[in-house]
Design a protein around this ligand. Structure first.
Ligand SMILES: C[S@@+](CC[C@H](N)C(=O)[O-])C[C@H]1O[C@@H](n2cnc3c(N)ncnc32)[C@H](O)[C@@H]1O
Length: 306
């Protein structure tokens, strides 16, 4: 029995009104998904061409990215993915996970600034996601391409390292950012670099309610459920080598969410491990998402001897 469903095409501006830069050209959800995929593929091609010294191919990939609307259009497509009709933004789950800690801090600090959680949000598209709207966070938001005030235009990989504890964070959010990085070594380096920006624990101060300091990591589920080179075990091995422990996780049809607490004293004191691109999940229909740690890139700060 056929049901006639009228297809409704929603404009991106229905996704998340604050900070959305109005663009006359609306985009359907299907077109948004296609654009995001195409952007990732072209960026990867550009990266590979650069590595191979093929400047012509790299320039061709860059022109195609620009023809698609560049990073700006990519971000608009991503904002559509955060709309309520697509399950809302990922920070809703983070807020849920941190609720016991937020309540405990409120109880102690009465809601003053000292009770707020200091967050670095990398790859921020909006200042109005669930965490930002909750009033429980002091958030520094950065993105390669700022969509408006309240978001600093900055490459996380070039953010100056903290000079003191005051410049460190309780939590870093990397939601759908790691998969944006086109090369596996760059992903490994991005994960390693997160450890540099989080508060350090001492033996006298265990993770606060077992939740902070931590990294909130969100990836498309295909990155760990259907990749030849990355599965949950491999990801966990890599994270553990940095001193991270998985304390929360959720797998949905489209996304995987993790909360990893950092305790550098649990990081290996042996020479930093390397994680080459190794097949862990063979099969003809797998994708090639990988995270690689090279010998020069996997040292952590502190007691790992860097
Ligand atoms: C798919 S969007 C994710 C947005 C949002 N966090 C979410 O969960 O929907 C990825 C964003 O990460 C940003 N990004 C990627 N690499 C970055 C880097 N090294 N530093 C800062 N932002 C980065 C991109 O510019 C893009 O806006």
């Amino acid at each position: 029995m056929g049901v006639n469903r009228k297809k409704t095409t929603k404009s991106l501006s229905q996704g998340r009104p604050p900070l959305f830069k109005s663009n006359n050209a609306s985009i359907s959800r299907k077109a948004a998904r296609t654009l995001i995929r195409k952007h990732h593929t072209l960026d990867k091609q550009r990266q590979q061409a650069l590595k191979a010294g093929d400047e012509i191919a790299a320039a061709a990939a860059s022109s195609e990215i620009e023809a698609l609307g560049g990073l700006d259009r990519y971000q608009q497509a991503s904002l559509l993915g955060q709309s309520k009709t697509r399950g809302g933004d990922s920070s809703k789950l983070l807020l849920e996970w941190l609720e016991p800690l937020i309540s405990a801090r409120r109880g102690r600090g009465g809601g003053g600034s000292e009770s707020r959680i200091k967050m670095l949000e990398v790859g921020a598209l909006s200042t109005a996601n669930a965490c930002s709207s909750s009033g429980s966070f002091d958030t520094v938001r950065i993105d390669l391409n700022s969509q408006g005030p309240g978001i600093l235009k900055q490459d996380f990989m070039e953010r100056p390292l903290p000079a003191n504890t005051g410049e460190r964070f309780d939590i870093i959010s990397l939601s759908l950012v790691l998969n944006f990085v086109p090369d596996p070594l760059g992903r490994g380096e991005m994960l390693r670099r997160t450890t540099e920006f989080l508060h350090q624990l001492s033996p006298a101060s265990p993770p606060e309610l077992g939740l902070l300091p931590s990294l909130f990591l969100v990836l498309p589920s295909s990155c760990v459920l259907n990749s030849r080179y990355c599965d949950e075990a491999r990801l966990e091995e890599i994270m553990t080598s940095f001193g991270y422990t998985k304390v929360k996780s959720k797998i949905s049809h489209k996304l995987v969410y993790y909360l990893w607490t950092l305790d550098l004293s649990s990081a290996s004191t042996a020479p930093p491990r390397t994680f080459p691109k190794k097949e862990v999940n063979p099969g003809p229909k797998r994708n090639n998402f990988a995270i690689v740690l090279g010998s020069g890139s996997s040292a952590s700060r502190g007691d790992t001897g860097e």
